[in-house]
Each structure stands twice: as C-alpha cells, then as structure tokens.
Design a protein around this ligand. Structure first.
Ligand SMILES: *[C@@H]1O[C@H](CO)[C@@H](O)[C@H](O)[C@H]1NC(C)=O
Ligand SMILES: *[C@@H]1O[C@H](CO)[C@@H](O)[C@H](O)[C@H]1NC(C)=O
Ligand SMILES: *[C@@H]1O[C@H](CO)[C@@H](O)[C@H](O)[C@H]1NC(C)=O
Ligand SMILES: *[C@@H]1O[C@H](CO)[C@@H](O)[C@H](O)[C@H]1NC(C)=O
Ligand SMILES: *[C@@H]1O[C@H](CO)[C@@H](O)[C@H](O)[C@H]1NC(C)=O
Length: 631
C-alpha cells in the first residue's frame, strides 16, 4: 500500500515538476484549440455548413440556448432566437427588395449597433458577404475603400451618412447607396422571415471569403483583406476555447465591429461559446466601466492603447457613497491585443482582473498566437507556450534578421538566403506558407495581386519556400514567450544607432506624470538620421513646471540608452488624439510636422539642454536652420 501511495505522490510531484518546466498546461490548451479548429472545419465542410449562419441557427433552434441573450445594445437585448428571426427578415428584405444575390459583396458603412450584426448575418443567411467599411473614413479614402470592395450596394448607417458626400457617390457611378433610414427599418419589420434553402449558402472551400475586412495601414490606402471561413473559425475559437468563454459569460466590446477583433474574435467567439455579447457604440473612458457594470459583463475586450487609456483615466467615484468604483464589476477576463508591457500590470491590478488573454494575429496573417496570463510570468508577451507547442510553432514561424538600411529581411550575399536570429534576438516575424498553394494559408487582398505579393517572401531558407511577412519585429525568449517589439518602420536611426519608438514610449510611459507618450523620429536641418521626439500628454493641464521637465529628462536618462533619450518634447493636450479607431498610435502626421514651431499647431515644444527640457521656439529653430547648433 505504502509504496503505491508514494509512487502516486512521486508521479504527481513529477507531473507538477514537468508541468512547471515544460508548461504542459499551455500545450494542452494550444493543441486543444488547434485540434478543435481542424475538427470543426472538416466537419463543417462535410456537412456543407461552413457558413457561420448555421452556428446561429443551431443556437436559435436549440431549446437550451434559444432564450439566452446573444446581442445586447444600449439596453435592448436580443436572444439567439430573436436574432435569428431578425436575420431571416433582414435577409429576405435584402434579397427580395434589394436584389442581393448569393455571393454578392455588400459594403456596410456602420457604427457599432445591433443593426450592424443583423445586416452582417443576414448577408450570410442569403449566401452573400459583407465588406466592413471603417465609418470614420471620408472623401477619397472612403471612395477608394468602397471601390476596392467591388460592392454594388453600400448600406449606410444614418449617423454617418453625412460623410457619404456627393463627391464620394460621384466617384462610384455604378454603386447604389442605401441609407438605412427609419423607413427602411419599417420595411424590414414588415418583411416575413424566410429561411432560404442550404443551396444558397453552399461553399466547399475552407478558404473562401467569409468577410472582407480592411487592414488599417498607417500609410497608404486601406486594403481589403479576404477573411476566410477557416480563419473565422480560428479567430472565434481562440476566444471561445483559448480564452475559455463560458455560456454564462457576457462579453463587453466597444471596439469597432468593422475590425476582426471585435467581430470575429468577439461576436463570433461569443457565438461559438453560446454566450452573450454586450456591444458599446464607441469607446470612451467616461462610459466604459458604466456600460460594463450595466451589462453585468464578465469579459471585457480591448485593442491597442485601450488598456492605457483606462489605466490613466481618473477613477470613478460613487456620488452617493464616495466609494472608488474601479473594482465594482464582475469582470474576470480581459481579451484583446496590444496591451503594452508598461501598463499590463497596472491595468490588471487597478481593476482587479484575474486573467488577461492577449492575442496576436494580423488581420491578414495566417496563424494565431496568444498568451493566457494570470500571473507576472507572461506579462507583456503576445504568445506563451509550453515546450511542445513552442517547438511546433517555431517550425511554422521564424524570426529573421532585418537589414536596418532597407527594413527588409537581410540576405546572405553568398547564398541569397535569410537568417534566423538567435533566441532572444529581434527580427521580422514570418509565418510559413505552403509554397505550392499559398491561398490555403493566406488569401491575400481582394483584386490587389501586388499588395498580396508584397506580403509573401520567397526563397527564405531554401529555394522555393514561401513565408508570410508580418511586418512586425518580434522576439522569442527561452521560456517559450513571444514578444512584439515594434512595427517595422517604427524604428529610426540616430547617431548610427537604431531607436525603437515602442521601447522609448514604454520607458517614458512609466513616469508617474505621463499619461501617454508617442515617440517618433524627426528630420532636422543639417543632421543625418532622425532625432527622437516624444509627443506627450501629462496628468495636469497646466504648463509643466521646470522641476517636472527635469524629472522627465532624468527618468529618460535612467531608463534608456543615451542615444535613445528624446531630444525633443511636444506637449499634446489630450490622450488618444493621435489614434486610429483601433487605438493604434499614429505617428505619420506628427513626424511630418516635426519640430518646426510653425507647423505644430500651437503645441508647446521643448528640447534637451543641460540635462533638462527647456522651451524650443522660433529662435532655436532658426539656429538649427543656420547650422549654428549641432546636436
Ligand atoms: C443544445 O445545446 C446544448 C448546450 O449547448 C447541447 O448540450 C445540446 O447537445 C444541444 N442539443 C441539440 C439537440 O443539439
Ligand atoms: C462622419 O463620421 C463621424 C464618425 O467618424 C461622425 O461622428 C460624423 O458625425 C460624420 N459626419 C457627418 C457629416 O455625418
Ligand atoms: C445585472 O445584475 C443585477 C443583479 O444581479 C440585475 O438586477 C440586473 O438585472 C442585471 N442586468 C442585466 C443587464 O442583466
Ligand atoms: C545595422 O546596425 C548595425 C549596428 O548599428 C550596424 O553595424 C550595421 O552596419 C547596420 N546595417 C546593416 C545593413 O546591418
Ligand atoms: C538595428 O535594427 C535591426 C532591425 O531593423 C536589427 O536587426 C539590428 O540588430 C539593430 N541594431 C542595433 C545596434 O540594435
């Protein structure tokens, strides 16, 4: 008896030890999700039910789930059965009244709302597909995005209809614009629900388009990326299984539905889990937690700098009791991507969130990576794996050395091939593609072969292989953690050194007075490379006192290499001013304006002199122009 107990104890201890060494639990989750995706996709193909409409139908017709809320928006709640009914009505209206045919692409120019979800699923219900247009767009960029979608019908949210100007309509003479007015809503209400036969949704190709979603490039025009059914399965199952959504979870998102994160990870993840999605119209630090509490949300969703804005916002105080409401919620899990290492723990601690599920997947990428993190071991990582899963992933992905002159993967002059960096070193992150049939893993951009090709790198480690270029600088460490360092191009050179803008923003973001720091390189007259400039938002609206400026300079010197300490400081008035709808910091306008006092729109400028920041104005700028100072 005793020996077997001992043996069992030994085995347990051994298992625990092995688990700690190899993180087998992380392996199990990883292979669990990957296996489920493969199984679900092949089951769906066999049944000819790849279309996610069938998942909604299954939930709506099943007694256990039909009565559960699926979509909650501004106090209105729609169960799975309600949503299904709406979707069938919207679908019948689109088909009978608007002539939408199976396989048509219809553009949706919509803010977050329940109607967005109904229209989107209704298009699926009749075998058509939605192109999600960023409703912030205007003028030529909007016209370009609509044109690139090839849609002949654009459905416009009345609240953004003013942006669909005559100029935009004239640029697209063959396109119908339909503002979804109260009259149109009335028409839909009076349309009988029709469930069209399966044949209209028939689809045998796992990589056929499910949705057209635009990549929000920081430069150039938005490009429509084909998001396939297979990828939709991956995105939604990362949330449902990887993050572990439960049927009783309420997933709150106010991130834009026109991006993959809120739509595919969020709403579709909720659908796969049979849970509820509480949708907010838009993000604001002032309404975020109020809406979270009103919805009884158990999961919140973030992208980009959302976590920073929430963490730097003042706490909400209950007017009646004077209590701090930071932790007055039921949230156990935060799901999203882009939570930066410098705010990660402050965010988690301040709001008392048990688990952070950070995921990494470019809209148009091919593999999904994630980090389910409950302690400090995974802080700041975009991926975290056990021994076996990291071995698996490291065969299918690679980090290669980058040529810092051209920003392209470095090639050996003799062999012409690229070079993997050592563990711990930084390089561009690549994902393996099947060279003989690239579409199986990467569906590319609609009608833009050139843009598609630019994401594919060939002859990387041997002649004939093909890899997807992420455009991201990443790093693996020896413990199976994967870190995002920077977008390529977000580094600049100063005094022959590379400066990572992300690294500098993170360091400065840790100064207690700094709410947001956005770092970029500016060109100066008579100087090579770019000098570091930080656009900064401080926690007080008053002009900064000299002691604060000195403390900022001292903080930068202590936490950064000398060449990386920003030479210029530009004071911005408000957090998040330079951000996109996805809360990514925008640099290009700031970079173009540089430090010419005439171009910075009245913002106060400072520069580093004798160990502190002092005002920088017309006189100092002239001195630079006349080459009277050398930095
Ligand atoms: C209905 O849904 C429940 C919960 O998801 C599931 O356990 C059950 O198998 C479903 N029933 C049918 C008939 O599919
Ligand atoms: C344009 O769109 C924005 C949303 O980005 C909206 O706030 C604004 O009201 C719209 N302008 C007009 C004229 O409709
Ligand atoms: C949230 O929970 C409270 C207390 O359990 C309940 O009274 C309220 O109706 C719930 N709200 C929603 C939107 O479910
Ligand atoms: C890249 O940076 C390193 C270190 O600053 C430098 O030695 C090298 O010449 C640079 N250029 C290339 C092409 O690697
Ligand atoms: C400069 O940046 C490149 C990537 O762009 C990197 O490979 C190289 O190691 C960097 N050099 C230094 C000195 O950091």
């Amino acid at each position: 008896m005793v020996p077997s107990v001992l043996a069992a104890a030994g085995a347990l201890a051994g298992a625990a030890y092995l688990n700690a060494r190899l993180s087998l639990a992380d392996d199990l989750v990883f292979f669990g999700v990957t296996g489920s995706v493969l199984r679900q996709v092949s089951r769906a193909i066999r049944a000819d039910k790849l279309n996610f409409f069938y998942l909604l139908e299954e939930r709506a017709l099943n007694k256990t789930t039909a009565g559960r809320p699926f979509i909650v928006f501004e106090g209105k709640s729609y169960t799975y059965a309600d949503t299904y009914d709406k979707v069938l009505r919207f679908g019948a209206w689109l088909r009978e009244r608007r002539g939408v045919q199976p396989r048509d692409i219809v553009a949706l120019n919509y803010q977050n709302s329940e109607t967005f979800v109904f229209l989107w699923f209704a298009l699926w219900a009749i075998g058509a597909k939605a192109a999600f247009i960023n409703y912030h767009l205007q003028g030529a960029v909007l016209a370009h995005s609509l044109q690139a979608s090839t849609a002949k019908l654009v459905i416009v949210d009345p609240s953004v209809a003013g942006n669909v100007t005559e100029e935009v309509r004239e640029a697209l003479p063959g396109t119908n614009f339909l503002v979804f007015s109260p009259e149109a809503e009335e028409e839909v209400r009076n349309t009988e629900p029709v469930r069209y036969p399966d044949a209209v949704r028939s689809e045998s190709d796992r990589v056929a388009m499910a949705i057209l979603i635009y990549t929000s490039g920081t430069t150039g025009m938005p490009k429509p990326a084909v998001l396939s059914w297979a990828r939709l399965y991956l995105a939604s199952m990362m949330a449902a299984k990887g993050a572990g959504l439960r049927p009783d979870d309420v997933f709150y998102t106010c991130m834009p539905l026109y991006h993959t994160s809120a739509s595919c990870v969020g709403v579709c993840g909720v659908l796969v889990a049979g849970a509820s999605a509480a949708i907010g119209r838009r993000f604001s630090t002032k309404t975020f937690w109020k809406e979270v509490r009103a919805a009884n949300a158990t999961v919140i969703h973030y992208v980009g700098e959302t976590g920073r804005y929430l963490t730097t916002a003042p706490p909400e105080i209950d007017p009646a009791t004077g209590a701090n409401l930071d932790r007055a919620h039921r949230v156990r899990l935060a799901v999203g991507h882009g939570l930066r290492p410098d705010v990660w723990e402050r965010f988690r601690d301040r709001f008392g969130i048990d688990t952070i599920f950070e995921l990494y997947a470019a809209t148009d990428g091919t593999l999904g990576f994630w980090n389910r993190c409950r302690n400090s071991f995974g802080t700041g990582a975009v991926g975290r794996y056990g021994f076996f899963s990291s071995a698996f992933l490291q065969r299918r992905s690679a980090i290669v050395r980058v040529d810092n002159e051209t920003d392209l993967p470095w090639r050996d002059p003799k062999t012409g091939l690229c070079q993997r960096v050592k563990t711990g070193e930084v390089g561009e992150f690549l994902v393996l593609l099947p060279a003989d049939d690239i579409k199986q893993a990467f569906q590319g951009y609609l009608g833009n072969q050139k843009a598609t090709e630019s994401k594919i790198l060939r002859d990387v480690f041997r002649k004939g292989d093909a890899w997807f270029r992420s455009g991201d600088l990443m790093q693996w460490d020896t413990d199976g953690r994967l870190y995002f360092i920077d977008r390529i191009g977000d580094t600049f050179r100063w005094k022959s050194e590379n400066v990572s803008t992300t690294e500098v923003s993170q360091a400065l973001g840790l100064h207690p007075a700094v709410l947001e720091a956005n770092v970029y390189g500016v060109q100066l007259p008579h100087h090579d490379g770019r000098a570091g400039c930080v656009a900064i938002v401080l926690d007080s609206p008053h002009p900064p006192r000299p002691e604060l400026l000195a403390s900022l300079a001292a903080h930068a010197r202590e936490t950064l290499p000398r060449y990386a300490v920003p030479l210029f400081l530009r004071l911005l008035k408000d957090v998040g001013m330079q951000n996109t709808g996805t809360h990514k910091q925008q640099k290009h306008v700031l970079r173009q304006q540089g430090v010419d006092p005439a171009k910075v729109q009245g913002d106060a400028l400072f520069w580093l002199k004798d160990g502190t920041y002092v005002p920088f104005g017309e006189r100092e700028w002239r001195a630079l122009q006349q080459a009277a100072v050398k930095l």
